[in-house]
Every structure is written in structure tokens, then in C-alpha cells.
Design a protein around this ligand. Structure first.
Ligand code: HEC
Ligand code: HEC
Ligand code: HEC
Ligand code: HEC
Length: 436
């Protein structure tokens, strides 16, 4: 019943082992030969989840890891040569509500379907979009959606799913959900204890989409005589897959990694759990690149960047041209610096219409007199004088003090945050744009 993925062009010749990325050369598909088959490798379960909306890395800092395009490439490589790789998602593909997140979830689901996922355990993030939206998207992802402790008939949820080739039964559970979601959730540990006797003997993977702190309670609900064959997966907040500490002595508890930077690879027969980092050098696939383009087009056509809330401000953003009138020396000095190319950077990656990108690559985001779009407010493209010094209308007209006050490290960190500029250090960055 699962949809068969469209054939992907596999660019790396690698049969049963992962080719090191450096040896992964672009090849003409016609001349690509499968590597000679060796002993079939043990079936693998590929686990992803906790993307938190990172459908692709922003590219603000290097290395720019992850993205659905690299994931698809890695899965195709793992499956090349016929190895069984069942992929499951433990949800939280998105973790906010709103139209852009809907477009993202839709893109994610189409991507998972194309990558032939075997199951999705929806997380609290998905439910933030609301049941009607999820119901409408259900058919985009025709594989089982697994949750044992939620009743939502419109989503056709199943309590567990069997991954035949891996010999594993996956059980899905979710933690408490906010009242606003309108979804009734039974306590996860109770549901698990109740259903365990009905589960087939053999390997079980319990995916619990709830807080790490509750993991031990879930583990305790696993019958003692079944613990040796049961693993517990909680999404966790760590970037990379690994074990949750402190390790529960009776049950292996692992986390899936986050932001789509890794794929967790689990070989049940070998009790092996490791992360595969989706390196920057890994190419995408045609299908995923097309899906990402479709995502960008939708965001652009729905004018999402212009639909953000804008606060009124007493002082108005006037644009660099006004500052140049009196500070042309400073402007000339700053012209060649990266802040003045910030918008062009987004145009190059076709992300300039994406509000999640534009907000730090323009001036006066979210303020009425600030940036709206490239044609309405061309003067506010890039990171201009008023990004740091604040809206300058009074200064320009009445020589009042610029309203931003003293520019400090925290003015920079509004944009140079841990995700987008992890190497930011005022002492090293400021000299590159100093203009006293
Ligand atoms: C929170 C603010 C913020 C957001 C949101 C943001 N950026 Fe950036 N971006 C930055 C900063 C700051 C830098 C410079 C980082 C550094 O050099 O330390 C940067 C750098 C970049 C660069 C590298 C430019 C170069 O020439 O080296 C690219 C590409 C980029 N961003 C694209 C994007 C895209 C695409 C998005 C949306 C998916 C995005 N950015 C969202 C703040 C942001
Ligand atoms: C009509 C001329 C004029 C214009 C236009 C102008 N400035 Fe100024 N600015 C001055 C003068 C004069 C000073 C005070 C002397 C100095 O420090 O250069 C000053 C000082 C400043 C200072 C130092 C701190 C302060 O607020 O006094 C900053 C920052 C500044 N200007 C930023 C800007 C920005 C940003 C713009 C554009 C929005 C701008 N200026 C436009 C003339 C101008
Ligand atoms: C409105 C958001 C924003 C603010 C505020 C901001 N920056 Fe940036 N900064 C960016 C973006 C975006 C880039 C990347 C531009 C590009 O190359 O496309 C960047 C790039 C830079 C770079 C170049 C990094 C490199 O090595 O390539 C330096 C240096 C820098 N910023 C310093 C600062 C300092 C210092 C402050 C505070 C005084 C600051 N920035 C405030 C958004 C911002
Ligand atoms: C990335 C942030 C940033 C941008 C963009 C920026 N400045 Fe500044 N500017 C600063 C910082 C930081 C200082 C020094 C600290 C301070 O005095 O607030 C400063 C200092 C100044 C001063 C001197 C203030 C003094 O105390 O003597 C002037 C004038 C000025 N900037 C004008 C401009 C003009 C004009 C532009 C645009 C062409 C501009 N700045 C763009 C961050 C920025």
C-alpha cells in the first residue's frame, strides 16, 4: 500500500557501505554501475525527526548541514544495491503554527512519501497546525501515522506498525498536548502498559514524542521481561543522534537528533545506533530540489513576507540615501562590507521572499516604516545604517540623537545569534565594519 518512490538518480557508487563524502563524485547516471554485490548488509532503520522547521539549512554559517535534499541522497545511497532501509519519522517536523509552517509540513510530507517512509509518529508540533489542516494533509503522506494514545479518527492513526524487513514493531506515543489543539491524549505510560501484552514478541521500538524528563517513566512502563528487546526513542533536543543520559540500565533510550542535520541509523540486529551527518558536500536529488523550489515559489506567491505583523514607530526609517547626504565617508567605507550584500545573498539562493530569511537580511523588519518588499521599499534592502542605529527620521530632520542609542553587542546578536552566526564575537567582527 506504500507508494513506491520515483527512481532517484544515485550519484555515488556505494553498495553496502557509506561512501566517504569526498569520494562521492558526480557521475553520469548512464555510466553508473552498481558495485559488485557482497554479503547482504543487516536491515537498517533510518530515523529522522525534530526538524523544527529546518527543511533546508539557511546557509548563514558553515558548514551548512542537513536538508531534505541531502537526506534523500543519503537514503538512496544506503538503499543502493538493495539493502533494506526502512525510514521512520518521529515528528516535530514543524514546531510552530501559521501558514508558512503549513507550507513546510506539506513539503516535508511530500518529501517523506517520495523517500518511501514507512511511518510517521506525529509530534506536538504537528498538532499546533490544528486537526483540520492535518486531516487535509493526511493523503499526501499515505504511510501509517502511528500514535497509540490519541483518538483522532480523521487522521486514521494506528497504535503500532510492523517494519517487516527489520523485524521491528514501532509503537507511537505522544506527551500532553495543549487544550487549544482539541486533541484528547491518554497518559502515554498507561497506554503503553495496556497495549504491551498485545504486541508481538520480538524487537519493539517505542517512539515517545514528549519531554525527555518523562522518558524514564515511559521506560518503567515496559514489562520487565520485554525490556531486553525494547528500545525507547525520544526526540530530544541534541543536534545529533545519541543516547539519552543518564542511560537507563534496563532500556536503551536514544534521541533522534534535530534540525534535520543527521539521519539516525539503527541496526536492530546488531544493537548499533549511530548518526550520519548530512554534510555540505553531499548533493541533493532532482526530486527534492524541485520540492524545495516549489516551497520557495509558494512562499513567494502567497506573499508571506508582506503578511507579517508590523509595529508602528514614532521614529521612521528613512533609508541610507538620507544618511549619505552627511555621512558619505562612512557610507563609502561600509559599501564593500557584507552587510551591503545581505539582500543579494538571498536573491542568489532565491530566498528573498521568505520572511524567515529576509528578517535579518534587511532593515526595519516588522516595523511600519521599514522593509516591506524589494520593490515597495528598495531602500531597506540589506543591513543598512538604521539596522544598528535605529530609525533616523528625527536625526535627519532635527539633528536629534539617533534613537538606537549606543550600539552594543546585543544589537548585533539580534541577527548574529547562535544558529545563524555561531562564530560571532564582537571583538573579531566589529573591526571588519568599524567606522568611527
Ligand atoms: C536570525 C537572523 C538570520 C536569519 C533568520 C537568516 N540569516 Fe542568513 N545570515 C545571518 C547572519 C548574521 C549572517 C552572517 C553570519 C556570519 O558570517 O557569522 C548570515 C549569512 C548568510 C549567508 C552567507 C553569506 C555569505 O556570503 O557568506 C547566507 C547564504 C544566508 N545567510 C542565507 C540565509 C537564508 C537562505 C535564510 C533563511 C532560510 C537566512 N539566511 C536567515 C542572519 C540571519
Ligand atoms: C543633515 C546631515 C545629517 C544626516 C542626513 C544624517 N546625519 Fe548623522 N550626524 C550628523 C551630524 C552633524 C552628527 C554629529 C557630528 C558627528 O558625530 O559626525 C551626526 C551624528 C551621527 C551619529 C553619532 C551619534 C549621534 O546620534 O549623534 C550617528 C550614529 C549618525 N549620525 C547616524 C546617522 C544615520 C543612521 C543617518 C541616516 C538615517 C544620519 N546620521 C543622517 C549629520 C547628519
Ligand atoms: C539586521 C541584522 C544584522 C545586524 C543587526 C547585524 N548584522 Fe552583521 N550580518 C548580518 C547578515 C545578514 C550578514 C551576512 C551578509 C551577507 O554576506 O549576505 C552579516 C555579516 C556580518 C559580517 C561579515 C562576516 C564575514 O566574515 O563574512 C560582520 C563582520 C558583521 N556582520 C558584523 C556585525 C556587527 C559587529 C554587528 C553589530 C554592531 C552586526 N553585524 C549587526 C546581519 C546583521
Ligand atoms: C552593523 C551595525 C552598524 C551599521 C550597519 C552602521 N553602524 Fe554606525 N556604528 C555602529 C557601532 C557599533 C558604532 C560604534 C559604537 C557606538 O558608538 O555606538 C557606530 C558608530 C557610528 C558613528 C560614530 C558615533 C560616535 O560615537 O562617534 C557614526 C556617525 C555612524 N556609526 C554612522 C553610521 C552610518 C552613516 C551608517 C551607514 C552608512 C552606519 N553607521 C552603519 C554600528 C553600525
Amino acid at each position: 500500500m506504500w507508494r513506491v518512490a520515483a527512481p532517484l538518480v544515485v550519484l555515488c557508487v556505494a553498495a553496502t557501505t557509506l561512501a566517504p563524502v569526498s569520494s562521492c563524485k558526480q557521475q553520469d547516471p548512464v555510466t553508473t554501475r552498481p558495485a559488485p554485490s557482497s554479503r547482504p548488509a543487516a536491515p537498517l532503520v533510518a530515523i529522522t525527526g525534530n526538524e523544527k522547521g529546518f527543511i533546508r539549512p539557511c546557509g548563514c554559517s558553515k558548514p551548512a548541514l542537513g536538508g531534505i535534499h541531502r537526506r534523500a541522497h543519503a537514503l538512496a545511497e544506503l538503499r543502493h544495491g538493495g539493502r533494506s532501509v526502512e525510514a521512520i519519522s518521529c515528528g516535530n517536523l514543524v514546531t510552530e503554527g501559521g501558514r508558512q509552517q503549513e507550507v513546510k509540513l506539506e513539503t516535508f510530507l511530500l518529501a517523506l512519501a517520495d523517500m518511501n517512509y514507512a511511518a510517521l509518529v506525529p509530534g506536538p508540533g504537528e498538532f499546533l497546525l490544528g486537526l483540520p489542516v492535518l486531516r487535509d494533509m493526511r493523503m499526501l503522506a499515505p504511510f501509517p501515522w502511528v500514535l497509540a494514545n490519541v483518538e483522532a479518527t480523521e487522521l486514521g492513526l494506528v497504535p503500532s506498525v510492523r517494519l517487516e524487513s527489520a523485524g521491528v514493531t514501532v509503537v507511537g506515543l505522544i506527551g500532553k498536548l495543549g487544550l487549544a489543539t482539541g486533541v484528547k491524549v491518554k497518559p502515554a505510560a498507561t497506554s503503553l502498559a495496556e497495549m504491551f501484552p498485545t504486541l508481538p514478541k520480538g524487537r519493539i521500538l517505542v517512539v515517545f514524542n514528549g519531554p525527555d524528563e518523562e522518558a524514564a517513566g515511559i521506560a518503567a512502563a515496559i514489562p520487565v521481561d520485554r525490556r531486553h528487546e525494547t528500545d525507547l526513542l525520544v526526540p530530544g533536543h541534541a543536534d545529533a543522534p545519541g543516547y539519552l543520559e543518564p542511560r537507563n540500565p534496563a532500556t536503551r533510550i536514544f534521541v533522534a537528533g534535530s534540525k534535520g542535520r543527521n539521519i539516525a541509523l539503527w541496526t536492530p540486529s546488531l544493537n548499533k545506533y549511530e548518526g550520519l551527518r548530512l554534510e555540505e558536500s553531499r548533493p541533493g536529488t532532482e526530486t527534492m530540489d524541485a520540492l524545495l523550489d516549489r516551497y520557495r515559489t509558494t512562499v513567494r506567491e502567497e506573499l508571506l513576507a508582506t503578511k507579517i505583523g508590523r509595529l508602528p514607530s514614532v521614529q521612521k526609517y528613512v533609508g541610507d540615501q538620507r544618511c549619505i547626504e552627511c555621512h558619505d565617508d562612512i557610507h563609502a567605507k561600509l559599501k564593500p562590507t557584507p552587510h551591503q550584500r545581505a539582500f543579494a545573498t538571498l536573491v542568489d539562493t532565491k530566498d528573498e521572499a521568505d520572511p524567515e530569511c529576509a528578517k535579518c537580511h534587511v532593515t526595519g523588519w516588522g516595523v511600519e516604516s521599514g522593509y516591506v518588499d524589494a520593490t515597495t521599499t528598495p531602500q531597506h534592502r540589506d543591513v543598512n545604517c538604521e539596522s544598528c542605529h535605529g530609525p533616523g527620521s528625527d536625526h535627519v530632520e532635527a539633528m536629534a540623537k539617533t534613537p538606537g542609542g549606543k550600539v552594543t553587542t546585543s544589537s548585533c546578536q539580534r541577527c548574529h545569534d547562535a544558529d545563524n552566526s555561531p562564530t560571532f564575537d564582537f571583538k573579531k567582527y566589529w573591526p571588519k565594519i568599524e567606522h568611527k
